[in-house]
Design a protein around this ligand. Structure first.
Ligand SMILES: [Zn+2]
Length: 98
């Protein structure tokens, strides 16, 4: 099922090309274009390999920072929305008074 989404990009090297799977980010082989075709056909994609990126010690800190920034802006949006509702609810009264 996963094979339908698997594509390969080729990075030039001294010997030919590195073939890199875009689904699991693995270098599946090195060679000339004709050799890579067979290598790519035999590649068994394992996206659990991607965990090696999420296990990076900095990634949780970056995620925490992103969440903080998002919450910060969401709180501003919430205050602006409450202020907007407050204003629209009180606007008719203010018009009557004037
Ligand atoms: Zn793969």
């Amino acid at each position: 099922m996963l094979e339908a989404f698997v594509h390969f990009v080729h990075r030039p090297t001294d010997e030919g090309f590195d073939s890199i799977c875009t689904a699991c980010a693995s270098t599946v082989g090195t060679g000339v274009e004709s050799e890579l075709e067979l290598i790519e056909k035999n590649h068994t994609c394992d996206v659990s390999n991607l965990e090696r990126f999420t296990d990076h010690p900095r990634s949780s800190l970056v995620q925490f920072f992103v969440v903080c920034v998002v919450l910060f802006f969401m709180s501003f949006a919430a205050v602006a929305l409450i202020f907007e509702i407050y204003q629209t609810q009180n606007a008719p009264e203010m018009a009557e008074r004037a």
